[in-house]
Structures are given as structure tokens and as C-alpha cells.
Design a protein around this ligand. Structure first.
Ligand code: FAD
Length: 282
């Protein structure tokens, strides 16, 4: 088994909030260049980051030599605002977009107004209508089901609709149970989905942060992993060492089963992703 070629790995970053975070992002991206990613992506309005930061960070990563793709979520923006952003990205030479619905900040009701989009499928349609085939469109997939979905099959059908609307490939929510991913891909193929579905990989470095993220996004932390992490308490080094072992082993299993690639949620931290990448047998 050899390591996948660099084309198959991708890395996700978020826009830095201040100068110190900007320096950390630049240093992390420099270190992670060793992975030779096919592209890097930049989140949009996630975790309280500003939306303007996405464009700036995409430009910055492009200037460092990466093929950089913005995430674009449709909730809370008008169609015209989205079209304007698409034009700006096209003018900046961006060829790939990660198209999402996004989430409203807690406490805010459903986005109002007839000009607002409700689901990511409508954003995929808008991108294809407005920009034709200019962009490669990535969409999100949920092997363990999106937390607001009525059920796994309904969620899968909604996923398939995004592909039918013109999405080019998909990145999954993170998971620590490879069988959930394989089952999802099998069921998607049975619905006629033929595009690559790339596993999203979340390194484990911080127990409370992981529990918080997972609670929000509906990713399951298997009981045995949760118990081991809880037992380490404040021993961050042991958490990182155990997390690296668990995630590297899962990535190895995924690669041996010919997944189309791996998308790392780096959280702007090179060390955790590099440790996993180095551990993959090549
Ligand atoms: P959708 O595909 O629209 O699905 C959302 C829910 O609606 C699902 O439950 C689905 O089953 C349901 N649904 C879809 N269509 C219909 C329909 N016609 N009728 C009824 N129900 C329907 N968030 C950010 O804010 N910024 C980011 O940068 C960001 N990046 C992400 C990257 C990845 C790889 C992933 C996996 C998630 C990311 N998210 C981000 C989180 C994402 O925005 C949330 O998970 C959001 O709640 C759903 O987005 P979606 O694009 O999957 O939505």
C-alpha cells in the first residue's frame, strides 16, 4: 500500500481573527505544504468567523501557491449577494467552491424573505445558473445523518438532489466509524450517485472541544474512544497520542478501501494533521 498521491488530500482552514492567528495560519499552511494537497479550502462564517475573512484568506493561500477554494453558505444571504460573491471569486481566478446551507446563529429564526435560499441544493442550482461550469462544486455529506434530518434515507435523498443539481463531488462530516462511511457510499451509489465522496477527517487533540463540536454536528464519538479520552483528563499529550493512533488507523483503513481522497479539518493546526499523515504507511 502506498500513500495516495498529493492530489487526493485536501486541507481545510478557517479565516484568522487577528494578527497572531494570521501568523499561525501562515506557519501551519507552510508546514502542511509537505502533504502536497490537491487544494485547500476556507470556511465561511463558521464558528463566529467573519464572512469577509474567507475571501482574504483564499487570496492569501493562493498567493502562497495553493489552489484555494472558499466555502460559501447560502443561509442569511440574498441571491444577489451570492451572485456578487460568485463574480468576485471568478474574477480572482477561483475554480472550486464548497457549497453549503450553513447554520443560523442560535436564537435567530428561519431566514425570511422570498429572496433567501433554504437549502444547499438551491445554492448549487444558483451557482450552475449564474456561473455555468466555471466552478467545481463540493457539497457536504453526512454518513451519520445531518442532525436536523427527518431520517437517514430522507437525508440521503436530499444529498443525492445536490448531486443531481450539478455538484461535482462531496466531503463528509467527520466520523470515527469507517463502516458508517462505507454504508453511506453504498446507499448513495444505489441512488445513482457516481461522484467522489471524500471522507472528512477530524484529528483528535482536545477532548472538550471535540465533544462540543460533535454535539452540534451530530458526529458520534464511539463509547470506547470517549471513555479513553475522558480518562486522560488534562493530560493533553496522552490525548494527542491516542487521538493520532485512532485517526491514523481509520485513515489507513479508508485508504486501503480505495476512498477517493481525504479532507483534513486542520483547525489551522499543522501538527495534528502532519502526525496522521506521517503515520500512514507509504
Ligand atoms: P443541506 O444539504 O441543505 O441540508 C441541511 C438539512 O436540510 C439536512 O437535514 C437535509 O436532510 C435537509 N434538507 C435538504 N433539502 C431538503 C428539502 N428539500 N426538504 C426538507 N429538508 C431538506 N458551516 C458553515 O457555516 N460554514 C462553513 O464553512 C461550513 N463548512 C462545512 C464543510 C463541510 C465539509 C461540512 C460537512 C459542513 C460544513 N458546515 C459549514 C456546516 C453546514 O453548514 C451545516 O452542517 C448545515 O447545518 C447544513 O449544511 P448543508 O450544506 O449540508 O445543508
Amino acid at each position: 500500500m502506498t500513500k495516495l498521491s498529493g492530489q487526493a488530500f485536501s486541507l481545510e482552514f478557517f479565516p484568522p481573527r487577528d494578527d497572531a492567528a494570521q501568523t499561525r495560519l501562515t506557519e501551519s499552511a507552510q508546514a502542511l505544504a509537505a502533504i502536497n494537497p490537491g487544494y485547500v479550502s476556507v470556511t465561511f462564517g463558521a464558528g463566529g468567523t467573519t464572512r469577509e475573512g474567507t475571501m482574504e484568506t483564499v487570496r492569501h493561500l493562493k498567493s502562497m501557491g495553493f489552489d484555494a477554494a472558499p466555502h460559501l453558505s447560502c443561509i442569511g444571504s440574498t441571491r444577489q449577494q451570492l451572485r456578487d460573491l460568485l463574480d468576485q471569486y471568478k474574477a480572482a481566478g477561483v475554480r472550486r467552491i464548497v457549497a453549503l446551507r450553513g447554520d443560523l446563529p442560535s436564537g435567530m429564526g428561519a431566514a425570511g424573505g422570498s429572496d433567501m435560499l433554504r437549502y444547499a441544493v438551491e445554492l448549487v442550482q444558483l451557482i450552475r445558473e449564474h456561473s455555468g461550469d466555471w466552478f467545481h462544486i463540493e457539497v457536504a455529506a453526512y454518513p451519520e445523518m445531518h442532525p436536523q434530518a427527518a431520517g437517514p434515507q430522507a437525508d440521503l435523498r436530499h444529498f443525492a438532489q445536490k448531486i443531481q443539481a450539478g455538484a461535482s463531488s462531496a466531503i463528509t462530516q467527520y466520523f470515527y466509524n469507517a463502516d458508517a462511511y462505507f454504508d453511506f457510499v453504498d446507499r448513495a451509489q444505489m441512488l445513482g450517485v457516481a461522484v467522489p465522496i471524500v471522507p472528512g477527517i477530524m484529528p483528535i487533540t482536545n477532548y472538550s472541544q471535540l465533544m462540543r463540536f460533535s454535539e452540534m454536528c451530530g458526529a458520534e464519538i464511539p463509547r470506547w474512544i470517549r471513555l479513553r479520552l475522558a480518562e486522560f483528563g488534562d493530560d493533553r499529550e496522552s490525548i494527542r497520542a491516542f487521538g493520532t493512533d485512532v485517526v491514523t488507523e481509520m485513515c489507513q483503513t479508508l485508504l486501503e478501501n480505495q476512498v477517493p481522497g481525504l479532507h483534513f479539518y486542520t483547525l489551522n493546526n499543522a501538527a495534528a494533521t502532519m502526525a496522521i499523515w506521517r503515520g500512514l504507511s507509504g
